[in-house]
Design a protein around this ligand. Structure first.
Ligand SMILES: Nc1ncnc2c1ncn2[C@@H]1O[C@H](COP(=O)(O)OP(=O)(O)OP(=O)(O)O)[C@@H](O)[C@H]1O
Ligand SMILES: [Mg+2]
Length: 400
């Protein structure tokens, strides 16, 4: 889920293979420490924090849990559904905890025998996650009341003693982060990158334009999950915040988020607006274009190329091998550069960004996407067959 910038760091430095520039990259895995210049105890900020207290009264835990249509699970049920949280059911690890693959009965939503029923993803809070319970509850609160095709579906939760778990729809293609950066993964085609950008923009626009707007605050490649057809959905609402209401232009909060994606003014002042999400969207667009991880200097490095039609190819992902629409790339680069403007008010709204991106998805591109999805789906099922065959052979050495 989310990360506080102040926590401990795991930094991995690598070099870009690009001949034009060398840029150091860190793993997007959170907990990269940066010290915000914003001091939460300063007088001005305390006043702002008082304003936060005047926001609509947050609901109590009891209200949140009783008002949602989410299924409460017993710990033992989820233990069975994930084969006792076995390491081979592990889908991934984040700041909040581990995510396991599990099976539940589609109708009764009770734990099912592994391999039977509906596949789900079960996120289990690590005991040491400091903000754990608060983020867990925020996630239940937002995903319990917001339903949209581009937000991951939360099916249920478990709150039992020290145990905090969340049960989500399973997203078979994992995170965008894995597709863009994991070594050995099949490169995403240009058409799929645009498809992902559009779906993610739809998710964010929905949140920003809601009757009571929401700032997502942790928009990044690892929180964009993909279903079998590469439809993107936002996950992780642990850091989401109610947007400003009335005459207020911002809310002030402790600086939380992920290094490389957070807007500079938010890091400096703790002042949060929907334009902070727009900045993070610009960073992800840049990752989609360049195939490079967001980090301290990706934005600075790429900025000079974004408005330059002739030099744009220098930042484009070499894994695309030149197979992208030059016009489309220029439009997307221009959008990224607008999102990354230092002045938040000069950044476009998510709805405007969405409109421009949708124009890139012409019927011809849409047809290309559908072909590429079909190709990838065949590749996915072949790799599943390969995986099950190799498991079978591993289990039966006498077959050789
Ligand atoms: N619903 C899901 N379906 C399939 N895989 C999932 C699902 N949710 C999470 N995962 C996998 O588990 C990984 C860890 O997710 P998690 O949200 O805990 O951490 P993260 O996004 O990598 O980091 P952070 O803690 O900063 O959000 C994801 O990157 C993804 O690969
Ligand atoms: Mg996440």
């Amino acid at each position: 889920m989310g990360n506080c910038f102040g926590s401990s760091a795991k930094v991995e430095i690598a070099h870009s293979s690009r001949p034009t520039s060398e840029i150091s990259r860190s793993s997007s895995k959170k907990h990269n420490p940066i010290v915000p210049s914003y001091n939460p105890n300063s007088v001005a900020d305390r006043n702002d924090n008082n304003n936060v207290l005047n926001l609509p009264t947050p609901r109590t835990e009891g209200e949140i849990l009783s008002s949602s249509n989410l299924k409460p699970f017993h710990f033992n049920e989820l233990k069975n559904a994930t084969r006792n949280f076995r390491p081979d059911s592990l889908l991934g690890e984040g700041g909040f905890g581990y995510v396991f693959k599990g099976w539940i009965d589609e109708n009764k939503l009770a734990a099912a025998r592994p391999g039977l029923g509906m596949v789900v993803a079960v996120k289990k809070l690590k005991a040491e996650a400091s903000q754990g319970h608060k983020e867990w509850l925020t996630e239940v609160d937002y995903l319990g009341k917001f339903h949209h095709p581009n937000l991951v579906k939360l099916i249920g939760y478990c709150l039992e003693g020290e145990n905090r778990l969340l049960v989500y729809e399973f997203m078979p293609r994992g995170s965008l982060e894995n597709h863009l950066f994991r070594r050995g993964s099949q490169p995403l085609s240009w058409a799929l990158r645009i498809k992902v950008a559009i779906a993610a923009a739809r998710g964010l626009s929905f949140l920003h334009e809601a009757e009571s707007p929401v700032i997502y605050r942790d928009f990044k490649a690892s929180n964009i999950l993909l279903d079998a057809e590469f439809n993107a959905k936002l996950s992780d609402f642990g850091l989401a915040k109610a947007g400003p209401t009335g005459d207020r232009t911002h809310v002030t909060t402790q600086v939380m988020g992920t290094r490389g994606y957070a807007a500079p003014e938010y890091i400096a002042t703790g002042r949060l607006t929907s334009k902070s999400d727009v900045y993070s969207f610009g960073v992800v667009l840049l990752e989609l274009l360049s195939g490079l991880r967001a980090e301290d200097n990706l934005v600075e490095w790429a900025m000079p190329y974004l408005g330059d039609k002739r030099r744009l190819f220098r930042i484009m992902d070499t894994k695309l091998e030149g197979r992208y629409s030059k016009k489309g790339a220029y439009v997307a680069a221009n959008l990224a550069s607008q999102c990354l403007r230092r002045e938040p008010r000069a950044r476009p709204r998510m709805t405007e960004i969405l409109g421009e991106l949708e124009e890139l998805e012409s019927p011809k591109t849409a047809a290309r996407i559908s072909h590429s999805v079909q190709r990838e789906t065949i590749a996915l099922s072949n790799s599943k067959v390969d995986a099950s065959l190799s498991t079978l052979y591993q289990k039966s050495p006498q077959r050789q």
